[in-house]
Design a protein around this ligand. Structure first.
Ligand code: SF4
Length: 235
């Protein structure tokens, strides 16, 4: 299986509350109408300029192992090295919300419209994260198929996080070839367009996605997103 999916923009448009959260404004705060209006404008621009594509390919455990260990710079121990060998199925993916929206953000900063530029940047980051949720759901619904399976799920993991070094992107790109959907890799291993995500989708028992986040690198991870993911599994 190797597929390209155009992600409908309504599936990844962030709520205003999510944009405001991304700006560091908690849910229950009283927010001035000027700020909310700015978030609405940013969301409208997001809807107008987002062109989101997902490329997804299944991969054997053996081929994924080659990608994971293609770099000498991974931390060990690290969660992914324990998770993927216990997975039922693996798939690698890359997605982007497109260059147009990134150009809109740069254009606003170039015009010194920092307030709207920053709000749009936050909206685009939130939309990109929602696109990775879409990728996991799409994979679960269209490839795995057993959406009613209890205590099993698909989660995504990306190079550059949780001890998996970003330089593994080179091997991931060589296998997946996401240039076909307009994503290229810079020398630094950052992706172009910037609002892109790549990684592995891991399907298996809920238990494989649960771990103690006590790795050496966790101290430098301020938001610790794994905690929320694991609490969603446990509840
Ligand atoms: S604390 Fe951060 S770095 Fe550590 S496992 Fe969780 S998400 Fe990864």
């Amino acid at each position: 299986m190797r597929e390209i999916i155009n992600i409908p923009v309504d599936k990844i448009t962030p709520e205003i509350s999510l944009i405001l959260q991304g700006q560091g404004i908690p849910d229950e705060s009283e927010v001035k109408s000027e700020i909310t209006d700015l978030a609405k404008i940013a969301r409208d621009i997001f809807i107008r300029w987002t062109r989101s594509k997902l490329l997804i390919s299944d991969i054997t455990h053996e081929d994924f192992e080659k990608i994971y260990y293609s770099t000498d710079f991974n931390e060990s121990p690290a969660p992914i090295e324990d998770i993927y060998p216990r997975a039922d199925e693996l798939s690698i993916f890359a997605l982007t919300i497109g260059q147009d929206i990134c150009d809109e953000i740069s254009g606003l900063f170039a015009k010194n419209d920092f307030a709207l530029g920053s709000m749009l940047d936050t909206a685009a980051s939130a939309g990109t994260d929602l696109a990775s949720d879409f990728a996991a759901s799409w994979y679960q619904n269209n490839v795995i198929g057993n959406t009613n399976a209890k205590q099993r799920r698909t989660l995504c993991y990306s190079p550059g996080y949780c001890g998996w070094h970003v330089s593994a992107q080179r091997a991931l790109f060589a296998f997946l070839k996401p240039e076909e959907i307009g994503i290229t890799l810079r020398e630094s291993c950052l992706m172009e367009p910037l609002k892109s995500i790549s990684g592995v989708l891991i399907y298996g028992s809920d238990k494989i996605h649960l771990f103690e986040n006590q790795y050496s690198f966790c101290a430098q991870c301020p938001s610790q997103p794994c905690l929320e993911r694991m609490s969603n599994i446990e509840n």
